[in-house]
Design a protein around this ligand. Structure first.
Ligand code: BGC
Length: 741
């Protein structure tokens, strides 16, 4: 009804924002303006300064762990709670839509924005995203699932084309969004800057309409990333409803004109306006008045969230947890000036900031000496700082070095050029290791780094960028108040040249070829048998867990049926702890090139000392399927699939097998260029194949089909040449009719 009452100009106007962060109101029709803000791991609400309205600042908000860290928790309920807390803060700050979560796949460790993204694996990424969305939206606040799609590098992000084959796109890059859209129904989706197979995401009908809306049934509206619109009218036709930020109505005029000249059907504009209005009114209806949130409680929650995310990578000789009555040396400027979030549009102003140094100094009987060791702001080696650090470290029982990537190393807007930490930190670690045998390194970084020093240190805690309470969370883990339970949501390769897209990353002249196909992350390292520094899904605990008793609900299923897999996990240590059990499925060998295994389930459980629990996973058709481009659908090939359950992708503890029978009968289409092998491997036509071979004097009964050698790949038309007079062109036509019947 409202759309009908709107003028053409009002409708076209509603399709772009008001300023940087609002939609436009239509006052005469009581259409409110709503506000959106970044996202994703805290609220970045920009406000104008009172004394200088040209300048802005962002309001204080709780800084939760960033995406790469949150995913390392592998904890669906935790990320849901984080979403709820963010929703509460949005309500308190009058923000209707938070711009997140960001779910682009980590194709290379170099992507400057990896800290914001979840994983190299679409199953993990999409499950985390769905739980985040459910959490935020349960508070009556919308989300914007971004950046749709295939925005996997920052280099030339506004012009490059991600050139991806359809199967890879479906199985890896779109899968990271698909479950989140279908399951959690985000109120909005944000399209990405880049082009996909040549066409800008902001005007890509295949992405925005065919897949997102028609196939996945997305009911909200699509907004552009900030400045991502190339051709506004084309964008509207393709399914981009809202352009952000304002273009001062430049594009409003273009839309009006396009309707007047007949270039754009007004019905398309009406549809877009209706989608925007539905969400605008939904947020208005859900707006809570006079809300405030408990900043202290949110800080405490940020602390416990951070504790779930950190990943213990090395703990030789149980150097950790540290004793609380020891003398320790704390080295590295990050200990007093933590790096706890990434740079760019997600950068928020935290309510409070804990530092590890201060937190450690609060422990009553702990002797803490500190030396800076390096300056965060430069890569230059300062010999004085190094000598001072060595003096501080030499007499301590243990030295904890805080290292990692400074802000300028990783940010939205550009990619890293290497996986190294700064030169001055590398030198510091080496120097300290030369005089101290008990070294623990605490890392703050948003994406994998090389660790040439790994053999020389006893402990490594990957603290990631874990938000405003990272300092206290690190302390809790180092001293055993909290048992670490995070696991890597991405592979840590030994060196950059080991990475799957090493040869193609960033592309040439705006064309980026995704040549590694579906072999992204562990799918690649597994297939190539490359030993990573730390594998996907890896993380240590102070407890020890044993896996036993794998049970499958059935030995064979149809692909329309679910399979329930259960395993028992026991905490065999005297310390309460949490374990993430990971389930992978391995497809049988066949004509389709598949990864060795793929993640299809995970559960995080808490176990008291010596407690045992049963963990259950439910697998469905998608757990066994690949995307078959010839039928444009997910398909399961008949065969025996392996089920792996383990503690990491390279620490499989239990295995089993299940036969899966596809209920989809796809009729093969035979042509002159089909092969003998095609016929012989088709159970319905095997006999015809044998008959055909007899025409060229081959008796499959005596030699068996395996011994066909060269003849296996003979194309059918070749029989006309090779059979003398036995098989003519007309016989070939008859044969094809028979095969295709
Ligand atoms: C980023 C988005 C962000 C937007 C608004 C863009 O540069 O890519 O993720 O939501 O700015 O700040």
């Amino acid at each position: 009804m409202i759309v009908k009452k709107m003028t053409l100009e009002e409708k076209a106007g509603l399709c772009s924002g008001l300023g940087s962060w609002h939609t436009k109101p239509v006052e005469r029709l009581k259409v409110p303006s709503i506000r959106m803000s970044d996202g994703p791991h805290g609220l970045r609400k920009e406000v104008k300064l009172k004394d200088d309205p040209k300048k802005t600042q962002t309001v204080k908000a709780t800084c939760f762990p960033s995406g790469s860290a949150l995913a390392s928790s592998w904890d669906k309920s935790l990320i849901n709670q984080v979403g709820k807390a963010l929703g509460e803060e949005c309500q308190a700050e009058d923000v209707s839509i938070i711009l997140g979560p960001a779910v682009n796949i980590k194709r290379s460790p170099l992507c400057g924005r990896n800290f914001e993204y979840y994983s190299e694996d679409p199953y993990l990424s999409s499950r985390m995203a769905a739980n985040y969305i459910n959490g935020v939206q349960s508070q009556g606040v919308g989300t914007s699932l971004k950046h749709f799609a295939a925005n996997n590098q920052e280099c030339r992000r506004m012009s490059a084309s991600s050139n991806i084959d359809e199967r890879t796109l479906r199985e890896i890059y779109l899968s990271s969004f698909e479950y989140a859209v279908k399951e959690a129904k985000p109120w909005t989706v944000m399209c990405s800057y880049n082009r996909l197979n040549g066409e800008y995401a902001s005007q890509n009908k295949y992405l925005l309409t065919d897949i997102l809306k028609n196939e996945w049934k997305f009911e909200g509206f699509v907004m552009s990333d900030w400045g991502a619109v190339d051709d506004r009218v084309k964008g509207l036709k393709a399914g981009l409803e809202l352009e952000m930020p304002s273009t001062n109505d430049e594009n409003t005029k273009r839309i009006v004109n396009a309707v007047k000249t007949g270039e754009l059907d007004e019905k398309v504009l009406d549809g877009a306006v209706e989608r925007i209005l539905r969400i605008v009114f939904k947020t208005a209806e859900n707006k809570k008045k006079n809300i405030s949130y408990d900043k202290k409680a949110h800080h405490n929650f940020a602390r416990s969230a951070a504790e779930e995310c950190m990943v213990l990578l090395k703990n030789e000789g149980d150097i950790l947890p540290l004793k609380k009555d020891a003398n320790i040396a704390v080295i590295g400027e990050f200990a007093e000036k933590p790096r706890y979030q990434g740079g760019g549009s997600s950068h928020i102003t935290p309510v409070k900031l804990d530092t590890a140094l201060e937190e450690m100094r609060k422990i009553p009987k702990l002797g803490v000496s500190y030396a800076k060791g390096y300056e965060i702001e430069t890569d230059e080696i300062d010999e004085n700082l190094i000598n001072e650090a060595k003096n501080t470290a030499k007499d301590a029982e243990t030295t904890v070095i805080f290292a990692g990537l400074p802000d300028r190393y990783e940010s939205e807007g550009y990619d890293r050029t290497s996986m190294s930490i700064p030169e001055n930190q590398l030198r510091l670690i080496n120097e300290i290791c030369s005089i101290q045998k008990n070294v623990v390194v605490v890392l703050s970084n948003g994406s994998p780094i090389e660790m040439p020093w790994i053999q020389n240190v006893k402990g490594v805690l990957e603290a990631y960028l874990t938000g405003q309470a990272s300092g206290s969370a690190v302390t809790d883990i180092l001293f055993g108040d909290v048992n670490p339970s995070g696991k890597l949501a991405e592979t840590y390769p030994k060196k950059l040249s080991d990475t799957p897209c090493y040869l193609n990353y960033e592309g040439e002249a705006d064309e980026v070829y995704y040549g590694e196909g579906v072999f992204v992350g562990y799918r690649y390292y597994d297939k190539k048998e490359i030993e990573p520094l730390f594998p996907f899904g890896f993380g240590l605990s102070y407890s020890e867990f044993e896996y036993s008793d794998i049970k499958l609900s059935s030995e064979s299923i149809k692909d329309s049926e679910n399979l329930v897999v259960s395993v028992k996990i026991k905490n065999v240590s005297g310390i309460k702890g949490k374990e993430v059990a990971e389930l992978y499925v391995g497809a049988p060998k066949g004509n389709v090139i598949r990864p060795v295994k793929e993640l299809k389930g995970f559960e995080k459980i808490e176990l008291e000392p010596h407690e045992e629990k049963t963990v259950k996973f439910t697998l469905d058709k998608r757990s066994f399927a690949y995307y078959d481009v010839s039928i444009k659908d997910w398909r399961v090939l008949n065969g025996t699939y392996e089920i792996f359950v383990g503690s990491s992708s390279r620490d499989i503890r239990l295995k089993s097998k299940v036969d899966v029978l596809s209920e989809v009968n796809i009729k093969k289409k035979y042509t002159r260029n089909s092969t003998v092998g095609d016929i012989l491997s088709d159970p319905n036509n095997k006999e015809i194949g044998k008959m055909l071979l007899s025409k060229i004097g081959m008796n499959t009964e005596s030699m068996g089909t395996d011994a066909l050698g060269m003849s296996w790949d003979l194309v059918l038309r070749a029989f006309v040449s090779f059979s003398g007079d036995e098989f003519k062109e007309a016989d070939l036509q008859n044969l094809l009719n028979q095969l295709n019947r």
